[in-house]
Write a protein that binds this ligand. Structure first.
Ligand SMILES: [Zn+2]
Length: 244
């Protein structure tokens, strides 16, 4: 499995960056996990919209779906120009209902709602979803091909279910919005790099990739913090490819 990081920012992108979006590619399939702002133009380095087997959305915050709106317009335009006569398969949560309703355009997207425990097959990829703890409905996603497994935490606070869900993953892609949450004056529904490292250690994963950074966070400090709990850790680099 090849994983390409298209964007590694949370909330909004820092200068020249993009928010959440990951291409997962195998010999048989190409899926996009999350479609935050800045992702559509970068996606086209790797595949055409019409060649995507599915888009999988972890939750309906704009840093994870911002470019789904312009992608919808792109599909409508391609359809009008007779360049594409299909629809794009989208897996997404069903709340907040008003946002779900806005995205769910049957002429463009073949939408399927995800729920806790859902398992789906997409051309040789086995996906499973686990409901996390965030300010809205948000799912961690397990992506498996043969004996290899990648787990993406999406946005969540630290929780025991995530430790169990990540057990023995080859790669854990974890949000680490800040290096250390205790330095913040407010409480946020996210994890820090220390917690990401702790989950990686407790779950016995092989490799940890930190992502979803606050735009002015020092990413090197995030890696340093995670290393206090887990050694095989790096920060997700935009456009970098990771193989498991
Ligand atoms: Zn986010």
């Amino acid at each position: 499995m090849k994983i390409v990081v298209l964007g590694h920012y949370g909330s909004f992108a820092g200068r020249d960056g993009a928010c959440s979006g990951y291409v997962i590619q195998t010999d048989k399939s190409t899926i996009l996990v999350d479609c935050g702002n800045g992702i559509l133009s970068r996606l086209q380095r790797y595949c055409r919209i019409e060649d995507l087997d599915a888009i999988v959305v972890s939750h309906l915050h704009d840093d994870h779906i911002g470019d789904l709106r312009i992608l919808r317009y792109a599909v409508e335009t391609k359809q009008a120009f007779k360049q594409f006569d299909g629809r794009v398969k989208v897996f997404m949560p069903q709340s907040p209902a008003a946002i779900a309703k806005e995205i769910r355009q049957p002429a463009v997207f073949d939408t399927e709602y995800i729920y806790d425990g859902l398992a789906v097959e997409i051309k040789g990829l086995s996906l499973r979803f686990a409901l996390m703890e965030h300010s809205i409905e948000s799912y961690a996603i397990s992506i498996e091909e043969g004996s290899k497994r990648v787990v993406y935490t999406a946005d969540t606070v630290y929780n025991e279910k995530l430790v169990a869900f990540s057990q023995n993953a080859d790669l854990l892609i974890s949000e680490a919005t800040f290096a250390d949450l205790s330095s913040l004056a407010i409480s946020v529904p996210h994890m820090d790099a220390l917690q990401a490292g702790l989950i990686a250690r407790r779950a016995g994963v092989k490799q940890l990739l930190l992502t979803h950074f606050w735009y002015e966070e020092n990413i090197k400090e995030c890696v340093k913090a995670a290393k206090q709990n887990f050694s095989n850790v790096s920060a997700a680099d935009e456009f970098k490819e990771y193989i498991v």
